[in-house]
Write a protein that binds this ligand. Structure first.
Ligand SMILES: *Cc1c(COP(=O)(O)O)cnc(C)c1O
Length: 431
């Protein structure tokens, strides 16, 4: 499979190159040249296949023969070593829990898969040493740190906005050591993301270091997120109802992977992009005008993104046609107050504890179902509520049990380097 640049359809590279480079020239995103349709029998027989087998069949065309069968199966079995249950919440609503991985957020799958692919390529060949440079609004950092920890030939540098991630998130990305370095940025997530993008196009840095991204702009982070939707469908096919998925969205990688799965034939009828007050897409679907704004801080901080990178990929999936996009995608946006209220209500009514991101997804789904009562709706629970302990405990007025893995990380010592601007990032990377 080749990948082309969304800025220049004639610029095409292999899967390996797309993974190693992260971004195409001019900060553009890579996109697969073809989207393979999976046979009908595959979907009909999904309930007989293991998750590893489903994932293998779904992703193998995208990888081609650049990773051999054993290598790919090995990466998948390590990456998918936990459960992805759909848990019923009410009569017509369930939640796909994506937080059973090592850092308790859905990004573990993308990060694990990317670390596996990059580790494979480094081991196989003559790539030399690689630096993974990544900006995080909260959960990417921990997932990437954990996925790449100890992978030979790869250094990881994580930029995160000072005081804008939760305590657990911060500990998960600052305490591992080894090949992982955390840079604490005086600024917001957009500042971190801008600095990362700038570093990629800085020739002085690229002479010194081979950089790649581990944000969902990297195809190896983005593509494996499609698995969630296949795993959910396997559990939901028996409902015999049209299926809607509500995805709490920030950089729009996760929902875009779901829409890709649909394009491959997965029978999902509708998507809902649930936003917090960083709602450029909600506004776009209303006004047809795409007007990014600087991000604002919310209690669902992993979605505090003013200008979502992956939205161009969604547009590409729909040939940049607004009308066909808006038939398959709805979007709603919610304030922190509405989010808190939803967490409280769902706990009281259904005894289910949502994290703030899942709660935004829940709200989007309820608004959609109110207009479309014949659907069965699933919202994605993208993080364990314990990752947002303060907010959740305050709202439900109860203690949330802390898993042992988290208690352990909370006791470790934070190690970070503070930086304020691009010059300081460059200085670090050039040393
Ligand atoms: C990253 C993240 C999101 C947003 O996902 P995108 O793919 O960037 O849209 C939502 N919820 C949680 C908990 C996250 O960590």
């Amino acid at each position: 499979m080749k990948y082309f640049s969304l800025n220049d359809k004639n610029h095409k590279v292999s899967f390996e190159k797309a993974v190693v480079k992260g971004l195409a020239p001019g900060k553009a995103l890579y996109f697969p040249e073809e989207i393979p349709a999976l046979p009908k029998e595959f979907f009909q027989n999904l309930d007989k296949l293991s998750k590893e087998e489903i994932a293998y069949k779904a992703i193998k065309t995208f990888v081609g023969n650049e990773i051999d069968e054993d290598g790919l199966r090995n990466i998948l079995s390590k990456t998918l070593d936990f459960d992805f249950p759909v848990v019923p919440v009410s009569e017509n609503t369930g939640t796909l829990e994506l937080f059973h991985g090592p850092t308790l957020a859905f990004k573990d799958v993308g990060a694990g898969f990317m670390a596996g692919c990059l580790g494979y390529f480094v081991k196989k060949g003559n790539l030399g040493k690689i630096t993974v440079l990544v900006a995080t609004s909260g959960d990417t950092g921990g997932a990437v740190a954990n996925g790449f920890l100890g992978v030979e030939g790869i250094d990881v540098v994580i930029l995160y906005p000072k005081e804008k991630v939760s305590e657990i998130q911060e500990k998960q990305l600052t305490t591992l050591g080894q090949n992982i370095t955390a840079l604490e940025v005086n600024g917001n997530f957009d500042d971190c993301q801008d600095m990362v993008k700038k570093a990629f196009s800085d020739e002085e840095i690229s002479e010194k270091r081979q950089l790649t991204s581990a944000n969902s702009i990297n195809v190896a982070r983005w593509l494996p997120q499609m698995f969630y939707y296949f795993f959910a469908y396997k559990q939901l096919a028996g409902k015999n109802k049209k299926l809607a998925f509500s995805v709490p969205s920030g950089n729009f990688g996760n929902i875009c992977a779901g829409m890709l799965a649909k394009k491959m034939g997965l029978p999902i009828a509708h998507f809902i992009a649930a936003n917090n007050e960083n709602n450029v897409v909600t506004r776009y679907l209303k006004s047809k005008e795409y007007a990014p704004k600087p991000s604002v801080q919310t209690i669902s901080n992993a979605m505090d993104v003013g200008n979502p990178s992956n939205f161009v990929r969604i547009m590409e999936l729909f040939d940049n046609e607004f009308d066909s996009l808006s038939q398959q995608l709805s979007s709603f946006s919610y304030s922190d107050e509405e989010t808190r209220k939803a967490i409280k209500e769902v706990k009281q009514k259904y005894n289910y504890v949502m994290d703030p991101h899942g709660a935004v997804g829940y709200l989007g789904l309820q608004d959609f179902l109110a207009e479309n009562p014949k659907y069965y709706g699933t919202f994605l629970e993208t993080a364990h509520p314990v990752k947002f302990l303060e907010t959740v405990e305050e709202v439900i007025e109860e203690k949330v049990e802390i898993p042992a893995s988290i208690r352990e990380v909370m006791q470790k010592e934070k190690k970070s380097i503070e930086i304020s601007d691009y010059a300081e990032l460059k200085e670090y990377l050039m040393q």
